[in-house]
Ligand binder design. Structure first.
Ligand code: ADP
Ligand code: MG
Length: 676
């Protein structure tokens, strides 16, 4: 059967199942084959007598007792029955919300159950039940959507493999031979039904290489294509820029000087600038933006600064204006609250070139916003924008230079391989005289002392953040929630105003709370992590983070960066009762260093990039099986291969590379438009 046939062509897949598959974007048989497991459960299968307490186990046995079902709470139920294992041991099996098995489990029936083993009670809390005996030791686990059941999906995969004889190769033979990669059918089969670890490792390696190669082909096509042209040379008025820098309220740090040079020389070159500026929180990225904007305006062009939230837009506008306006540069602010006449006037001034720099949220990319001659686009906290928004912003000025600023520290090797189409500048030095934030770890039972400490800071006229992971009480999690804590703190800090901020507030409500905090109308701000990255309230000197072990290092570091922005000594108190070793390690690491890059590397070491970067945190592309941090060598190999291929005659002219070439053509990568 042809892999591109629809799933309904498989015997055993009817309309209903096809609909459920479609919800998972699975339409063709090939889609089924490509939906590879994201992990494998590796059960201890040996003998029951060897099973260790609390281990994951998998036993086959005969149903020995009539299953019992107990119903409780909102439609919940528990199924219990006894299983005779190894013809000798009677084991209790419990399963939650699987009442439907009751009718199917006949006495004497052979079943295999897997789950957690309780040695003392001779009980297995099963999460899965299969009819029949054990097949392999590695059970594939798929990510599923909607009503799809794991078992059903596994059956569909089996049907798909039974129906299809071969699939097209995606990696050219020459490369596959050179690296001893598996052919595609063998690879997919091994990923879905690995018989042992070694086979899985080989399959995974082949898959990751393929994924990296395609990713790098895209990236390098963009990068090499970009090098070839367009963009314009911005006349650089070095003397004026020097004067501007000399007039700043502080001398630039060495790192700031270096990145300034990198950026200015990009702007002065014929190619479009496409640069990522990374600098830890507080490292002084805003002033770099100001310098680049200044140089742009001196060359008679306009600039735009796009940020993710209105608060940040206002903050940037009000920190840029005093730096730039003395030079006759007009800074405009466009947010959704600029309405009616004011908006019309602002937009008109922009079109006429009377406004030099426009700061705003994604409102900047609306069609009604027309620049006279936009030449520099800066985005702050770039990961917060969708690709589509960034593309539209770029489209506003085809030749404009683009600078992305981010505080997410991405280790250099990773940045180069994954943001390979961008140049990367790093500010790796803090302004002199900045006081290190002191970070402490407190146990939950020490909370009253922590409050006492907060109180002292409040008495000094400072402000405090109190961060919790949850908005409201959760049934399943025993962690602090913002609402409850807010109520507690209102009582505790009666002499002060205590504000509450969380993701369920509308954006104008959030802005209002934030503004009150900035204006010191509110002294204690209880918040979930929605407290914006980049928010600058220099008078806040203490941040208390509840259930700190629940946060990743990157997030803890971002949160900590909310304080230490003024002259006062600042403090970060992590309240944690870490039961896991990584939790402990993370909290300890936080107390030991303030360096975001060091933390990033530590976090990669502890958890791998998948966790560190979170989902929308980093703007890193999504991969199926590749972990850009752990698979860095394969990524680098693929990058070199991609560059070599793209530069070779053979790639463009021989049929060996048809698949790859078609891919590049299909992606529309050759028409000069850069995409991520
Ligand atoms: P971030 O990189 O987090 O965006 P900011 O640009 O907001 O950092 O800078 C943080 C603070 O440091 C600001 O108050 C800014 O004025 C100040 N700052 C920036 N550069 C220097 C410097 N070279 N020396 C002293 N203070 C600086
Ligand atoms: Mg900033």
């Amino acid at each position: 059967m042809n892999p591109s046939s629809e799933v309904t062509a498989l015997k055993g897949v009817g309309r209903d199942l096809a609909t459920k598959l479609a919800e998972m974007d699975i339409v063709t048989i090939s889609d089924v084959l490509e939906h590879v497991p994201f992990r494998y459960d590796d059960f201890v299968t040996g003998s029951l007598t060897e099973a260790i307490h609390e281990d994951k186990v998998k036993f086959t046995g005969q149903v020995q007792s009539e299953p019992l079902v107990r119903y409780y709470g909102k439609g919940k139920n528990r199924l219990t029955f006894r299983l005779l294992v190894e013809e000798r041991y009677s084991v209790t099996v419990t399963m939650f919300n699987r009442a439907f098995y009751k009718a199917q489990l006949k006495l004497g029936e052979e079943v295999t159950v897997s789950g957690k083993w309780d040695l003392h009670r001779m009980t297995i809390s099963a999460t899965e039940l299969q009819f029949g005996a054990i097949e392999g030791e590695l059970t594939p686990v798929y990510s599923l959507k909607g009503d799809m059941r794991m078992k059903t999906f596994r059956r569909v995969v089996e049907l798909a493999f039974a129906a299809v004889e071969s699939v097209g190769e995606r990696v050219p033979d020459s490369i596959r031979t050179a690296y001893r990669l598996l052919d595609r059918m063998t690879m997919l089969k091994a990923l879905h039904f690995p018989t042992h670890r070694k086979e899985l490792t080989a399959a995974r390696r082949s898959y990751v290489y393929e994924e990296c190669l395609y990713f790098q082909l895209k990236l390098q096509t963009l990068r090499l294509g970009k090098r070839q042209g367009q963009g314009i040379v911005l006349p650089l008025h070095q003397a004026a820029v020097d004067e501007f820098i000399a007039g700043l309220p502080f001398p630039l740090t060495g790192a700031q000087k270096r990145v300034t040079e990198e950026i200015l020389s990009d702007m002065h070159r014929a190619e479009r600038m496409n640069r990522l500026l990374q600098g830890d929180v507080g490292s002084g990225k805003t002033v770099i933006a100001a310098i680049a904007l200044f140089a742009t305006i001196r060359a008679n062009k306009q600039g735009a600064l796009m940020v993710p939230t209105e608060i940040l837009a206002e903050q940037h506008a009000s920190s840029l204006a005093p730096l730039l306006e003395p030079f006759g540069i007009k800074v405009g602010l466009l947010t959704s609250s600029v309405k009616g006449k004011a908006r019309v006037l602002l937009l008109e001034a922009l079109r006429q070139g009377e406004i030099d720099i426009l700061v705003g949220t994604h409102a900047l990319i609306q069609d009604t916003v027309v620049f006279k001659d936009l030449h520099l686009v800066i985005t702050d906290e770039q990961h917060r924008f969708g690709v589509e928004q960034r593309k539209r912003l770029r489209a506003k000025a085809a030749q404009a230079d683009v600078l992305y600023m981010t505080a997410t520290p991405i280790p250099r090797t990773l940045a180069i391989s994954v943001f390979g189409d961008m140049d990367v500048s790093i500010i790796d030095e803090m302004p002199a005289g900045r006081k290190e934030i002191e970070t402490y770890w407190a146990k939950p039972e020490q909370i009253e002392r922590v409050f006492g400490f907060v109180e002292k800071e409040l008495l000094l006229g400072r402000q405090a953040y109190v961060i919790t992971p949850l908005i409201e009480e959760s049934e399943s999690l025993d962690v602090q929630n913002a609402m409850e804590l807010h109520a507690v703190l209102v009582e505790r800090f009666r002499d002060n105003q205590v504000g509450l901020m969380h993701g369920r507030l509308g954006s104008s409500e959030k802005d209002e709370v934030m503004q009150d905090f900035k204006d010191n109308q509110v002294q204690v701000l209880v918040s979930t992590t929605v407290v914006e990255v980049g928010v600058n309230v220099p008078n806040a000197s203490i941040i208390v983070i509840y259930d700190a072990e629940r946060f990743g290092l990157a997030q803890l570091h971002q949160l900590r960066g909310r304080v230490g922005r003024g002259d006062a000594q600042s403090y970060c108190i992590l309240i944690a009762d870490p039961s896991s070793d990584t939790g402990k390690e993370r909290i300890k690491t936080m107390t030991e260093t303030n360096d975001g890059f060091k933390l990033a590397e530590k976090d990669l070491e502890l958890r791998g990039s998948g966790n560190f970067f979170g989902t929308e945190q980093s703007g890193l592309p999504r991969f199926v099986l590749t972990d850009p941090a752990l698979d860095i060598q394969i990524m680098e190999t693929a990058r070199n291969d991609a560059v070599r291929l793209l530069r070779s005659e053979a790639f463009w002219q021989t049929s060996d590379y048809d698949v790859l070439r078609h891919y590049i053509e299909e992606q529309g990568l050759l028409d000069g438009e850069r995409i991520e």
